[in-house]
Design a protein around this ligand. Structure first.
Ligand code: 3PG
Length: 323
Protein backbone atom coordinates (compact mmCIF):
# COMPACT_ATOMS: atom_id res chain seq x y z
CA UNK A 1 0.00 0.00 0.00
CA UNK A 2 1.40 3.35 -1.06
CA UNK A 3 1.60 6.61 0.86
CA UNK A 4 2.72 9.79 -0.89
CA UNK A 5 4.58 12.29 1.33
CA UNK A 6 4.35 15.11 -1.17
CA UNK A 7 6.12 17.75 0.92
CA UNK A 8 8.65 15.27 2.34
CA UNK A 9 8.76 13.40 5.64
CA UNK A 10 11.48 12.95 8.27
CA UNK A 11 13.49 9.71 7.97
CA UNK A 12 12.24 8.42 11.34
CA UNK A 13 8.62 8.79 10.24
CA UNK A 14 9.33 7.24 6.86
CA UNK A 15 11.04 4.24 8.52
CA UNK A 16 8.15 3.82 10.95
CA UNK A 17 5.66 3.78 8.06
CA UNK A 18 7.82 1.32 6.13
CA UNK A 19 7.96 -0.94 9.20
CA UNK A 20 4.17 -0.92 9.16
CA UNK A 21 4.41 -2.28 5.60
CA UNK A 22 3.73 0.87 3.57
CA UNK A 23 5.66 2.03 0.53
CA UNK A 24 6.44 5.71 1.11
CA UNK A 25 6.84 7.82 -2.03
CA UNK A 26 8.64 11.12 -1.52
CA UNK A 27 9.02 12.41 -5.07
CA UNK A 28 7.30 15.78 -5.30
CA UNK A 29 4.31 15.58 -7.63
CA UNK A 30 3.12 18.91 -9.04
CA UNK A 31 -0.22 20.21 -7.83
CA UNK A 32 -1.64 19.87 -11.36
CA UNK A 33 -0.67 16.19 -11.65
CA UNK A 34 -1.36 15.18 -8.07
CA UNK A 35 -4.93 13.86 -8.37
CA UNK A 36 -4.22 11.72 -11.44
CA UNK A 37 -0.98 10.44 -9.86
CA UNK A 38 -2.84 9.33 -6.72
CA UNK A 39 -5.42 7.44 -8.77
CA UNK A 40 -2.90 5.94 -11.22
CA UNK A 41 -0.51 4.80 -8.47
CA UNK A 42 -3.33 3.71 -6.15
CA UNK A 43 -2.02 5.91 -3.31
CA UNK A 44 -4.08 5.30 -0.15
CA UNK A 45 -2.61 8.09 1.94
CA UNK A 46 -1.52 11.62 1.09
CA UNK A 47 0.81 13.40 3.51
CA UNK A 48 1.34 17.14 3.11
CA UNK A 49 2.91 20.12 4.88
CA UNK A 50 1.72 23.60 3.89
CA UNK A 51 2.94 23.63 0.29
CA UNK A 52 0.59 21.02 -1.21
CA UNK A 53 -3.14 21.67 -1.19
CA UNK A 54 -5.94 19.11 -1.10
CA UNK A 55 -9.03 20.92 -2.37
CA UNK A 56 -12.48 19.75 -3.40
CA UNK A 57 -11.50 18.87 -7.01
CA UNK A 58 -8.63 16.63 -5.88
CA UNK A 59 -10.85 15.03 -3.25
CA UNK A 60 -13.58 14.33 -5.84
CA UNK A 61 -11.08 12.63 -8.16
CA UNK A 62 -9.39 10.64 -5.39
CA UNK A 63 -12.40 9.74 -3.22
CA UNK A 64 -12.38 6.07 -4.27
CA UNK A 65 -8.64 5.74 -3.75
CA UNK A 66 -7.47 7.83 -0.79
CA UNK A 67 -8.21 6.63 2.74
CA UNK A 68 -6.57 9.53 4.55
CA UNK A 69 -4.86 12.89 4.21
CA UNK A 70 -2.31 13.68 6.91
CA UNK A 71 -1.00 17.17 7.59
CA UNK A 72 2.46 17.06 9.10
CA UNK A 73 2.06 20.20 11.18
CA UNK A 74 -0.68 22.35 12.66
CA UNK A 75 -2.53 24.44 10.06
CA UNK A 76 -4.98 22.56 7.87
CA UNK A 77 -6.14 25.56 5.85
CA UNK A 78 -4.62 23.87 2.76
CA UNK A 79 -7.04 20.92 3.08
CA UNK A 80 -10.81 20.97 2.54
CA UNK A 81 -11.18 18.85 5.66
CA UNK A 82 -14.95 18.73 6.05
CA UNK A 83 -15.42 17.93 2.38
CA UNK A 84 -12.80 15.15 2.48
CA UNK A 85 -14.44 13.66 5.55
CA UNK A 86 -17.85 13.81 3.87
CA UNK A 87 -16.32 11.61 1.16
CA UNK A 88 -15.00 9.11 3.69
CA UNK A 89 -11.39 10.33 3.65
CA UNK A 90 -9.95 10.73 7.14
CA UNK A 91 -8.00 13.93 7.79
CA UNK A 92 -5.55 14.46 10.64
CA UNK A 93 -2.77 16.82 11.70
CA UNK A 94 -0.03 16.74 14.35
CA UNK A 95 -1.03 19.67 16.56
CA UNK A 96 1.52 19.53 19.36
CA UNK A 97 4.67 18.28 17.69
CA UNK A 98 6.08 21.63 16.59
CA UNK A 99 5.03 24.04 19.39
CA UNK A 100 8.46 24.18 20.98
CA UNK A 101 10.17 24.95 17.66
CA UNK A 102 7.74 27.71 16.68
CA UNK A 103 8.07 29.25 20.15
CA UNK A 104 11.86 29.22 19.82
CA UNK A 105 11.70 30.88 16.40
CA UNK A 106 9.49 33.62 17.86
CA UNK A 107 11.96 34.15 20.71
CA UNK A 108 14.80 34.45 18.18
CA UNK A 109 12.78 37.01 16.18
CA UNK A 110 12.06 38.99 19.34
CA UNK A 111 15.75 39.05 20.26
CA UNK A 112 16.66 39.98 16.67
CA UNK A 113 14.16 42.84 16.60
CA UNK A 114 15.30 44.07 20.03
CA UNK A 115 18.98 44.23 19.02
CA UNK A 116 18.82 44.64 15.20
CA UNK A 117 20.90 41.49 14.75
CA UNK A 118 19.17 40.63 11.47
CA UNK A 119 19.69 44.07 9.89
CA UNK A 120 23.16 44.59 11.32
CA UNK A 121 24.28 41.12 10.21
CA UNK A 122 23.14 41.81 6.66
CA UNK A 123 24.95 45.17 6.67
CA UNK A 124 28.13 43.87 8.32
CA UNK A 125 28.74 41.40 5.49
CA UNK A 126 28.81 44.19 2.89
CA UNK A 127 29.85 47.32 4.87
CA UNK A 128 31.37 46.11 8.14
CA UNK A 129 34.93 46.44 6.88
CA UNK A 130 34.55 50.02 5.68
CA UNK A 131 31.75 51.58 7.78
CA UNK A 132 32.07 49.86 11.14
CA UNK A 133 31.62 53.01 13.21
CA UNK A 134 28.58 54.10 11.24
CA UNK A 135 26.94 50.69 11.63
CA UNK A 136 27.70 50.70 15.36
CA UNK A 137 25.89 54.04 15.62
CA UNK A 138 23.00 52.94 13.39
CA UNK A 139 22.31 49.86 15.52
CA UNK A 140 22.98 51.33 18.95
CA UNK A 141 19.35 51.78 20.06
CA UNK A 142 18.77 48.18 21.12
CA UNK A 143 16.38 47.27 23.91
CA UNK A 144 16.27 44.44 26.45
CA UNK A 145 13.50 41.83 26.55
CA UNK A 146 13.60 41.43 30.34
CA UNK A 147 10.82 43.49 31.88
CA UNK A 148 9.01 44.06 28.57
CA UNK A 149 5.45 42.85 27.98
CA UNK A 150 4.66 40.17 25.41
CA UNK A 151 1.07 39.93 24.21
CA UNK A 152 0.10 36.55 22.79
CA UNK A 153 -2.94 36.44 20.51
CA UNK A 154 -4.11 32.81 20.46
CA UNK A 155 -3.32 30.80 23.56
CA UNK A 156 -3.19 27.26 22.27
CA UNK A 157 -0.23 24.91 22.37
CA UNK A 158 2.18 27.25 20.55
CA UNK A 159 1.06 30.35 22.44
CA UNK A 160 1.56 28.53 25.74
CA UNK A 161 5.03 27.27 24.77
CA UNK A 162 5.96 30.82 23.84
CA UNK A 163 4.61 32.15 27.15
CA UNK A 164 6.76 29.64 28.99
CA UNK A 165 9.94 30.81 27.22
CA UNK A 166 9.14 34.50 27.55
CA UNK A 167 8.36 34.20 31.27
CA UNK A 168 11.65 32.35 31.68
CA UNK A 169 13.40 35.34 30.09
CA UNK A 170 11.82 37.72 32.59
CA UNK A 171 9.13 39.13 30.30
CA UNK A 172 5.58 39.88 31.45
CA UNK A 173 3.03 37.95 29.43
CA UNK A 174 -0.60 38.77 28.61
CA UNK A 175 -2.78 36.65 26.36
CA UNK A 176 -6.02 36.72 24.41
CA UNK A 177 -7.91 33.72 23.07
CA UNK A 178 -11.37 33.55 21.48
CA UNK A 179 -11.94 30.28 23.29
CA UNK A 180 -11.61 30.40 27.06
CA UNK A 181 -8.53 28.25 27.66
CA UNK A 182 -8.88 25.45 30.20
CA UNK A 183 -6.19 27.09 32.27
CA UNK A 184 -4.10 30.16 31.85
CA UNK A 185 -1.28 28.70 33.91
CA UNK A 186 1.86 27.64 32.09
CA UNK A 187 4.82 25.58 33.24
CA UNK A 188 8.14 27.40 33.21
CA UNK A 189 11.27 25.34 33.65
CA UNK A 190 14.21 27.23 35.12
CA UNK A 191 17.24 25.04 35.71
CA UNK A 192 15.97 22.00 37.60
CA UNK A 193 12.81 23.71 38.84
CA UNK A 194 9.43 23.75 37.16
CA UNK A 195 7.17 26.60 38.21
CA UNK A 196 3.50 27.13 37.39
CA UNK A 197 2.87 30.75 36.40
CA UNK A 198 -0.51 32.38 35.85
CA UNK A 199 -0.88 34.30 32.57
CA UNK A 200 -3.60 36.99 32.64
CA UNK A 201 -6.17 36.59 29.86
CA UNK A 202 -7.32 39.95 28.51
CA UNK A 203 -9.46 41.39 25.71
CA UNK A 204 -7.59 41.59 22.42
CA UNK A 205 -7.67 45.40 22.53
CA UNK A 206 -6.05 45.39 25.98
CA UNK A 207 -3.34 42.99 24.85
CA UNK A 208 -2.60 45.19 21.83
CA UNK A 209 -2.57 48.39 23.91
CA UNK A 210 -0.33 47.09 26.71
CA UNK A 211 2.26 45.00 24.86
CA UNK A 212 5.76 45.86 23.68
CA UNK A 213 5.80 42.72 21.55
CA UNK A 214 2.71 41.08 20.05
CA UNK A 215 2.93 37.53 18.69
CA UNK A 216 0.12 35.89 16.72
CA UNK A 217 -0.86 32.24 17.09
CA UNK A 218 -4.27 32.05 15.47
CA UNK A 219 -5.47 30.41 12.26
CA UNK A 220 -6.49 32.35 9.20
CA UNK A 221 -10.09 33.63 9.48
CA UNK A 222 -12.60 31.64 7.39
CA UNK A 223 -13.60 34.71 5.35
CA UNK A 224 -9.93 35.50 4.65
CA UNK A 225 -10.02 38.83 6.50
CA UNK A 226 -7.07 39.88 8.64
CA UNK A 227 -7.12 39.53 12.44
CA UNK A 228 -4.71 42.46 12.65
CA UNK A 229 -5.61 45.28 10.27
CA UNK A 230 -5.23 49.04 10.32
CA UNK A 231 -7.41 49.56 13.42
CA UNK A 232 -5.62 46.89 15.47
CA UNK A 233 -2.16 48.13 14.44
CA UNK A 234 -3.17 51.64 15.50
CA UNK A 235 -4.11 50.27 18.95
CA UNK A 236 -0.59 48.91 19.47
CA UNK A 237 1.90 50.88 21.54
CA UNK A 238 4.15 53.22 19.61
CA UNK A 239 7.49 51.44 19.19
CA UNK A 240 6.01 47.96 19.60
CA UNK A 241 7.05 44.94 17.55
CA UNK A 242 4.63 42.56 15.83
CA UNK A 243 5.57 38.96 15.09
CA UNK A 244 3.58 36.71 12.79
CA UNK A 245 4.53 33.04 12.62
CA UNK A 246 0.93 31.80 12.27
CA UNK A 247 -0.46 32.27 8.75
CA UNK A 248 -0.03 34.81 6.01
CA UNK A 249 -3.03 37.12 5.90
CA UNK A 250 -3.55 37.11 9.68
CA UNK A 251 -1.79 40.50 9.53
CA UNK A 252 -2.94 42.80 6.73
CA UNK A 253 0.25 43.45 4.76
CA UNK A 254 -0.71 46.86 3.30
CA UNK A 255 -1.75 48.10 6.73
CA UNK A 256 1.47 46.74 8.24
CA UNK A 257 3.67 48.55 5.72
CA UNK A 258 1.71 51.78 6.32
CA UNK A 259 2.17 51.43 10.07
CA UNK A 260 5.93 50.80 9.72
CA UNK A 261 6.29 53.75 7.33
CA UNK A 262 4.46 56.06 9.72
CA UNK A 263 7.00 55.27 12.44
CA UNK A 264 4.33 53.76 14.70
CA UNK A 265 5.83 50.28 15.00
CA UNK A 266 9.46 49.57 15.77
CA UNK A 267 9.61 46.49 13.58
CA UNK A 268 7.72 43.51 12.18
CA UNK A 269 9.06 39.96 12.20
CA UNK A 270 7.37 37.68 9.71
CA UNK A 271 7.71 33.95 9.06
CA UNK A 272 4.52 33.72 6.99
CA UNK A 273 3.12 35.76 4.11
CA UNK A 274 -0.14 36.35 2.29
CA UNK A 275 1.42 35.13 -0.93
CA UNK A 276 3.60 32.07 -0.42
CA UNK A 277 5.90 31.04 -2.01
CA UNK A 278 6.20 34.47 -3.67
CA UNK A 279 5.85 37.09 -0.92
CA UNK A 280 5.72 40.70 -2.00
CA UNK A 281 9.16 42.22 -2.51
CA UNK A 282 8.38 45.59 -0.87
CA UNK A 283 7.62 43.76 2.37
CA UNK A 284 10.73 41.54 2.23
CA UNK A 285 12.97 44.51 1.43
CA UNK A 286 11.44 46.86 4.01
CA UNK A 287 14.18 48.08 6.38
CA UNK A 288 11.97 47.47 9.41
CA UNK A 289 10.95 43.93 8.45
CA UNK A 290 12.76 40.81 9.60
CA UNK A 291 11.69 37.78 7.62
CA UNK A 292 12.19 34.03 7.49
CA UNK A 293 10.78 31.63 4.87
CA UNK A 294 8.03 29.88 6.91
CA UNK A 295 10.49 27.86 9.00
CA UNK A 296 8.67 27.87 12.35
CA UNK A 297 8.28 24.09 12.39
CA UNK A 298 11.43 23.35 10.43
CA UNK A 299 13.74 21.89 13.04
CA UNK A 300 15.18 18.40 13.15
CA UNK A 301 13.40 17.73 16.43
CA UNK A 302 9.96 18.96 15.36
CA UNK A 303 10.07 17.13 12.04
CA UNK A 304 11.11 13.90 13.75
CA UNK A 305 8.24 14.22 16.24
CA UNK A 306 5.85 15.02 13.37
CA UNK A 307 7.04 12.00 11.33
CA UNK A 308 6.61 9.63 14.26
CA UNK A 309 3.20 11.06 15.14
CA UNK A 310 2.10 10.64 11.53
CA UNK A 311 3.13 6.97 11.59
CA UNK A 312 1.22 6.44 14.85
CA UNK A 313 -1.92 8.12 13.44
CA UNK A 314 -1.72 6.14 10.19
CA UNK A 315 -1.54 2.89 12.18
CA UNK A 316 -4.56 3.92 14.25
CA UNK A 317 -6.64 5.15 11.31
CA UNK A 318 -5.90 2.17 9.08
CA UNK A 319 -6.81 -0.29 11.82
CA UNK A 320 -10.18 1.54 12.24
CA UNK A 321 -10.75 1.73 8.48
CA UNK A 322 -9.93 -1.95 7.96
CA UNK A 323 -11.92 -3.13 11.02
C1 3PG B 1 2.16 24.54 10.54
O1 3PG B 1 1.01 24.90 10.31
O2 3PG B 1 2.41 23.47 11.14
C2 3PG B 1 3.31 25.42 10.17
O3 3PG B 1 2.90 26.55 9.50
C3 3PG B 1 4.41 24.69 9.45
O4 3PG B 1 4.18 24.54 8.08
P1 3PG B 1 5.21 23.67 7.21
O5 3PG B 1 5.03 22.23 7.62
O6 3PG B 1 4.85 23.90 5.79
O7 3PG B 1 6.59 24.13 7.54
Amino acid sequence: MKILANDGIDAAGKNALQELGYTVLTDKVSQEELASFIVKENVIGLLVRSATTARKELIDTCAGTLRFIGRGGVGIDNIDKDYAESKGIRVFNTPGASSQSVAELVMSLMFASARFTYQSGANMSSRGNTEFDKLKKDFSKGIELRGKTLGIIGFGKIGRSLASYALGCGMNVLAFDVYTPESSEVEVTVGTQTLRIHVPMEAMETVLQKSDFVSLHVPKQKDGSAVIGEAQLAMMKKGAVIINSSRGGVVHEDALIASLNSGHLRMAALDVFEKEPTPRQDLLAHPLVISTPHIGASTLEAQERIGLEIAARVKEIMSEVQA
